[in-house]
Ligand binder design. Structure first.
Ligand code: UT7
Length: 332
């Protein structure tokens, strides 16, 4: 029997407080015009004082479980992708596990910065296919606002807070079961995942603190132009890799759900694929870059507003600090 990993629900949460570019321009030497023209960002959500990554993660996870129509009692693995854990340890995932009322299995955090969600998809898929887990909650949650240097205009305007989650369950039959009457492959599931990292570039995007180095939390530092250059190359490569692995062409993709770092990077990827921009889910204008949360936030929006439908071919891709990058091809 072939086991496939089926996404059976999704959910998300954004903190209430909205910060516009105009508001930021009162704090640092920037303008709405600069931010919007260079990044496509108009606003971002920022967590309230005392509102933690675990709070955001819990709300997104509950939302996803409700959407999937199951309870936490059925979940046997919880993976939380985050760069902004509540504490250095224990894993924030264990806090969410207990708040969710999940009593079986295991919970752990993973750290791949903005690629965290696609790394999580790879891990969840492999746990399910190995028969070790049956129902996984995968969350991407961040309070990036806590690690920003609010005096550094080159980074503080780019990020926001938020959380998104999916519920992934073991199903029977491979994703390559015969096409249904719509012509679409009826076997839903994760068709393939692809992850990469190149540690020689970790000085391009990093936090200048940590428990073992400075014993402080530190702030985000980025060589933006260089990261941009790597993003364009690495994302084009990973998209080709995902298509090739599945014997698919760019025109087969119904929806591209990219990590939301910069509208110019998103447009570049769509252009390289020859994919109309209408087939790409864009939230960067309203959410800014929410790191590991950006893909599940965008996914949830497009599923709930009816753009992504059962049977659609969905390609997710991301790149982040490390540098790390990856993709997941999913038949919704
Ligand atoms: O999610 C993880 C992956 N991250 C990314 O993919 C981010 C990739 N990088 C980027 O998105 C872009 O490089 C940025 C949006 C960060 C910057 O855009 P850019 O077009 O590469 O600008 P730049 O860094 O080359 O800076 C151009 C100018 C500089 O001034 P000078 O040296 O030309 O006088 C900056 O000092 O813009 C200035 N600048 C700003 N001006 C107003 C930088 N930040 C700001 C700002 N407001 N907030």
């Amino acid at each position: 029997m072939t086991i496939r990993s089926e996404i059976i629900g999704c959910g998300s949460y954004l903190p209430e407080r909205l910060v516009t570019n105009a508001e930021l321009s009162k704090k640092v030497d920037t303008t709405d015009e600069w931010i919007f023209s260079r990044t496509g960002i108009r606003q971002r959500h920022i967590a309230a004082d005392g509102e933690l990554t675990s709070d955001l993660a819990l709300k997104a996870a509950n939302n996803a479980l409700e959407h999937a129509g199951i309870t936490a009692a059925e979940v046997d693995l919880l993976i939380l992708a985050t760069t902004t854990p509540d504490n250095t340890f224990p894993a924030t995932a264990t806090k969410v596990q207990s708040q969710l009322g999940m009593v079986n299995g295991a919970a752990f955090d993973i750290q791949a910065v903005c690629s965290g969600f696609v790394y999580g998809m790879a891990i969840a898929n492999n746990f399910i296919k190995a028969g070790q887990s049956k129902t996984v909650v995968l969350i991407g949650a961040e309070t990036f606002s806590r690690i920003l240097d609010w005096e550094d205009r080159t980074t503080c305007v780019l990020f926001g807070d938020g959380a998104g989650a999916v519920v992934i369950r073991a199903g029977e039959g491979g994703p390559d079961s015969p096409p249904g009457e719509t012509g679409h492959n009826v076997g839903r599931g994760i068709l393939s995942t692809h992850i990469h990292s190149d540690g020689s570039t970790n000085d391009l995007l990093y936090v200048d603190g940590g428990p073992s180095s400075t014993q402080t939390v530190g702030h985000v530092r980025m060589v933006g132009r260089e990261v941009f250059r790597h993003a364009v190359t690495n994302l084009a490569g990973i998209v080709d890799e995902a298509l090739e692995a599945n014997g698919l062409a760019a025109e087969d993709i119904d929806w591209l759900v990219p990590h939301q770092a910069n509208k110019r990077i998103l447009d570049g990827t769509a252009r390289k694929l020859g994919l109309p921009v209408e087939k790409m889910v864009v939230t960067v204008d309203r959410h800014a870059n929410t790191s590991a949360a950006s893909i599940p936030l965008a996914l949830d929006e497009a599923v709930r507003d009816g753009r992504i439908k059962r049977g659609d071919l969905v390609l997710m891709e991301a790149m982040g600090g490390g540098l790390t990058w990856g993709a997941a091809m999913v038949r919704w």
